[in-house]
Design a binder for this molecule. Structure first.
Ligand code: GLY
Length: 329
């Protein structure tokens, strides 16, 4: 088992690691998980964790990452006398980690929570860094908190349960971390098709990059914003689809976001990056920027009509707080 020590929590990575989780100090434990979680995930969890706990199952699509799901969870916790000595375990993908972390950080002003990500995306992004939240009025991640889990257990056995789309949704965050922070990592990534990599090595490298960036700026006031490269337009694409009640995977939205945001970059390597991304995310299509303006205006980083972009200067170097007027997009 490998571990990464963050400022006030630890991340554990490896196979069969759930059995190491210590839960004895908690009087009540609630497992939050996806209603449609594959049975083998729940069965695996139950086999590894012997403690007693309540289970809350929710629909965990972006559409359900909303205040109604939060109210249901708060109600359950309240009616079942959860308190400061309780623990919430978030077992699932990014939506489960985001909602569970939000409920835990707000209920009784904060109860402990533990993240057990089961998708590649939540392993490399949502489960670490302390951001929790929900969508509001059709806009992504508008309400939220910063609170770290007590620990994160990344059991790589869960990767065997993933479908291609889920792989690709996580892989885009790995690609992003290399592009913004580590040119050697990009050289490694782009040397092979995604399926031919040692995924454990990629997860470990990518998590270390995110940890370093978050520790420079835990509350997202400055340098952490580089993690948003590709996401300003990528999130607008996700919101656009959300409002049309159509589905787009995170992988495709962010892959397109990266390509569209490269328009504002002066790196000479643009074509190399676009070629690699398109070799993996084959059927992605650009969305007309005019359809995205409404959503771009709601980005939390903006000032008035100025949209705040993180811009790739070169591979491994990204700059934050670049404001572009909405009329010039
Ligand atoms: N997912 C971007 C961040 O954690 O800041």
């Amino acid at each position: 088992m490998k571990s990464i020590i963050c400022e006030n929590y630890k991340i554990f990575i490896g196979e069969n690691i759930l059995r190491n989780i210590q839960l004895d100090s908690y009087k009540k434990i609630c497992l939050l998980t996806d209603k449609n979680q594959k049975n083998n995930i729940i069965d695996y969890f139950l086999k590894e964790i012997k403690s007693e706990f309540d289970i809350i199952e929710i629909e965990s699509s972006e559409i359900n990452k909303n205040i109604s799901s939060v109210l249901n969870i708060w109600n359950f916790l309240s009616q079942n006398n959860y308190n400061k000595n309780s623990l919430i375990i978030n077992l699932g993908g990014g939506v489960i980690c985001d909602i569970g972390g939000f409920c835990a950080s707000t209920f009784k002003r904060g109860v402990d929570f533990l993240n057990i990500p089961t998708t590649l995306l939540s392993m490399v992004d949502a489960s670490i860094g302390g951001k929790n939240g929900i969508n509001f009025l059709g806009f992504k991640n508008q309400i939220g908190t910063f609170k770290n889990p007590i620990s994160v257990y990344i059991d790589t056995n869960f990767l065997n349960t993933l479908e291609t789309n889920q792989w690709l949704s996580g892989y885009v965050e790995i690609v992003k971390s290399a592009l913004i922070y580590d040119s050697d990592f990009w050289t490694l990534l782009s040397s092979k098709f995604y399926k031919n990599h040692n995924i454990n090595e990629l997860i470990f490298k990518s998590l270390n990059i995110k940890k370093e960036i978050v520790e420079k700026d835990p509350f997202d006031k400055g340098p952490r914003k580089i993690l948003n490269f590709g996401h300003t337009i990528g999130h607008a694409i996700e919101s656009f689809y959300l409002n049309k009640k159509k589905k787009i995977t995170h992988g495709k939205a962010i892959a397109m976001g990266i390509i569209m945001e490269l328009k504002y970059s002066r790196t000479r390597k643009k074509n190399e990056i676009i070629k690699y991304i398109k070799s993996i995310y084959k059927e992605i299509e650009e969305v007309d920027i005019n359809h995205l303006i409404k959503y771009l205006k709601h980005d939390k980083k903006n000032e008035d009509n100025l949209i705040n972009f993180s811009i790739l200067k070169d591979i491994g170097k990204c700059d934050f707080n670049n404001y572009i007027n909405i009329d010039d997009l």
